[in-house]
Write a new protein. Structure first.
Length: 72
């Protein structure tokens, strides 16, 4: 099996019933993401919010990031 890399252009992000990219919008299933985070027993609770360009928010640096990839 050969791994092919494809670039996806994302112009917007929104909560959705399933995690997918459709017409330039990344839809994220909130419950699915929270369940992944809560598998780590070091978290007592977790919450998710989007930060968009131009918004007044404080974002701390992420020290360990992995580029998302999948095999098709």
């Amino acid at each position: 099996m050969r791994l092919e890399l494809h670039k996806v252009s994302v112009r917007n992000v929104s909560w959705g019933d399933e995690t997918k990219v459709e017409k330039g919008t990344l839809f994220v299933n909130r419950e699915e993401m929270l369940s992944v985070a809560m598998k780590d027993n070091r978290f007592a609770r977790a919450g998710l919010e989007f930060a968009r360009p131009g918004e007044s928010v404080r974002i701390i640096p992420v020290k360990d990031v992995i580029e998302p990839r999948c095999k098709l």
